[in-house]
Ligand binder design. Sequence first.
Ligand SMILES: Cc1cc2nc3c(=O)[nH]c(=O)nc-3n(C[C@H](O)[C@H](O)[C@H](O)COP(=O)(O)O)c2cc1C
Length: 179
Amino acid sequence: MTKLKNSKILIAYFSRGGEQYSVGNIIEGNTSIIAKIIAGKTGGDLFEIKVTQDNYPKGYTELTKYAQKEKKENARPEIIGRIENFSDYDTIFIGYPNWWSDLPMPVYTFLESYDFSNKNIAPFCTHEGSGIGRTASYIQNVAKGNLLNGFAIYGHTAQNDKAEADKKVMEWLQDIKIR
Ligand SMILES: Cc1cc2nc3c(=O)[nH]c(=O)nc-3n(C[C@H](O)[C@H](O)[C@H](O)COP(=O)(O)O)c2cc1C
């Protein structure tokens, strides 16, 4: 297993602004807020997983339908950019919203684009009731690294209660022995 303490950290995340469940119209996505808290506490590098053809609707109901179709088709939307120095990282945080009890499809594109063997993988998820569900095991199906305990937090907590989000993130980082 690669080292945890003082490891070189990457925080890759997918997140949407626009209209989201229980929080209304948001400028910054819920998962993005958590990703930045993690970066602040670990000094890790941030990478936002963004698609080249962004056709995701801004309205919540439309977005859920679009995402459901993408999931049904097992789509692999193309993502922008490549992390050339991926092999330098010891620990990769993977952040995403729970979408239909699954990972958003672009996260699969990301996971399939790199070699995660010998990496620590730390999944974190925002949701509105389902928690992390089975999504960590879906990550492990694709990315054969050392899977650490995952972290789940309500999207509305990330969005509206920064102090609570900050506290929960810190507890998790201590639990997985990153900090
Ligand atoms: C397409 C879609 C599907 C969702 N499916 C679920 C779900 O199955 N379970 C759940 O708890 N929340 C679900 N949600 C709520 C999101 O997980 C939650 O609002 C999340 O914090 C959004 O994060 P973001 O702002 O980073 O994109 C869904 C939201 C969307 C847009």
